[in-house]
Structures are given as structure tokens and as C-alpha cells.
Design a protein around this ligand. Structure first.
Ligand code: DC
Length: 207
């Protein structure tokens, strides 16, 4: 079985994906990390390098061994990931790895922006996880504070809004719910509530 979870920045899809994978004994792939790895290569190359060419080269040379790098989680890398993910050649270079991951037994949970629409349109269950931009900004600020880092709520909210707009307006694989996705709004739910709601949804819909 393939479970597709799509959702905007800071919607909690990584947390939900990990918990669902553990519940069913499946493997989990946070596909945002692939675009983040490409973004980090661009940032590491510096301002003078050709951003587009560096991104395409990094995507074609993608090595899953880098997925555990904690540096991929930073907000500057996330913002650059939103930029490089609009480059069609970058998306094309990363499709095969994601599709093979999804197809390998015993089953997989993938989270991202285009899992239900492009990567695994055949997924048995598609969840579109969302929450208001304000709630997502509050969660992100809380996460940073818990790590002892400075959190500027207004700047985080502005970042979230601009990433939402960029991800939804790009020409290739724009971020939108699949026609057959189940929308799960977690604005009023905590992580346990989202997990319980997703489990109920999977039980009702798995084929
Ligand atoms: O989910 P995230 O914040 O780690 O994603 C970082 C960026 O990567 C996001 O702004 C858009 C892009 N992305 C994408 O285009 N397609 C995916 N399947 C996952 C992420």
C-alpha cells in the first residue's frame, strides 16, 4: 500500500508520515528533503555560481545518503528548496528515486507537495494535510523556541505565505490537492488528533 501525504510548509506532514509508517511497518520518505538537498548544494556553491545549472547538476547527482544531514532542516535551505523545486529539470531528475521508493515492498508513506498528483497517483490513500498559515507559523515558532533558537513570528508567517504562493503557482507539478485526496485540516488538532483522524480515514478508504 502507498499512503500519499501532501501539504504546505509546517503542516505537520513529516510527523504524521513517520507515525503512520511506524504504525503499518512501512518505509517513510520526506520528499521535501530531496529538494532541500539540491537547495543546500546551491547555497554551498555561493552567490557567484549559476543557481539553475548548479541545481540541475545536484539533482542529477542526488545521493540518498545525504538525507540524514541535519543542515537540510534550516529555514534558508527550505526557502531555497521552494525556489529550486520550480525548475522542471530538477523535478524530472528526482522522480525516479521517489517512484522506486514508493513501489518497493512492504509499503510506503511519502510526504510532499505532488505525491498524490504526480509521484504516486495510484496511491491507495491520499491525505491533503493543511492548517491555517497563522497556526503553521505558531507551530514553527514554537519548534524553534523549543530548540533554543530565536523565533520571529511575523517573519515566519511571511515566509510561509510566500512559500505557499510560490509552490502553488509554479508551472510544473504545482502544489494542489489531488481530485481524490481527503482534506485533513489540523488547525484545531494536535499531533495525536491528526494521527487519529488519519488512521480513521485510512481504515475507511484503504482498498
Ligand atoms: O516540505 P518541505 O518544507 O521540506 O519542502 C521544501 C520545498 O520543497 C517546498 O517549499 C516545495 C518543495 N517540494 C516540492 O516541490 N515537492 C515535494 N514533493 C516536496 C517539496
Amino acid at each position: 500500500m502507498i499512503i500519499a501525504i501532501d501539504g504546505p510548509a509546517a503542516s505537520g506532514k513529516g510527523t504524521l508520515g513517520r507515525r503512520l509508517a511506524a504504525q503499518f511497518g512501512y518505509r517513510h520518505l520526506d520528499t521535501g528533503l530531496l529538494y532541500r538537498a539540491v537547495a543546500k548544494a546551491v547555497l554551498d556553491a555561493g552567490k557567484d555560481a549559476d543557481e539553475r545549472a548548479t541545481a540541475i547538476r545536484a539533482a542529477r547527482a542526488f545521493d540518498p545518503a545525504c538525507l540524514g544531514d541535519p543542515a537540510l532542516k534550516s529555514d534558508p535551505v527550505g526557502n531555497m528548496a521552494s525556489v529550486v523545486s520550480a525548475i522542471p529539470e530538477v523535478r524530472a531528475a528526482l522522480i525516479e528515486f521517489q517512484r522506486s521508493f514508493a513501489a518497493a515492498p512492504p509499503g510506503a508513506v511519502l510526504d510532499g507537495r505532488d505525491i498524490g498528483t504526480v509521484i504516486a497517483p495510484q496511491a491507495e490513500v491520499k491525505i491533503f494535510l493543511t492548517a491555517s498559515p497563522e497556526e503553521r507559523a505558531r507551530r514553527r515558532a514554537r519548534e524553534l523556541e523549543n530548540r533554543g533558537e530565536a523565533a520571529d513570528y511575523d517573519a515566519i508567517l511571511a515566509d510561509i505565505r510566500s512559500r505557499d504562493a510560490r509552490d502553488a503557482s509554479r508551472a510544473v507539478a504545482p502544489f494542489k490537492p489531488a481530485d481524490d485526496a481527503h482534506v485533513l485540516d489540523t488547525t484545531q488538532l494536535d499531533a495525536d488528533g491528526a494521527f487519529a483522524a488519519a488512521l480513521a480515514l485510512i481504515e475507511r478508504n484503504k482498498r
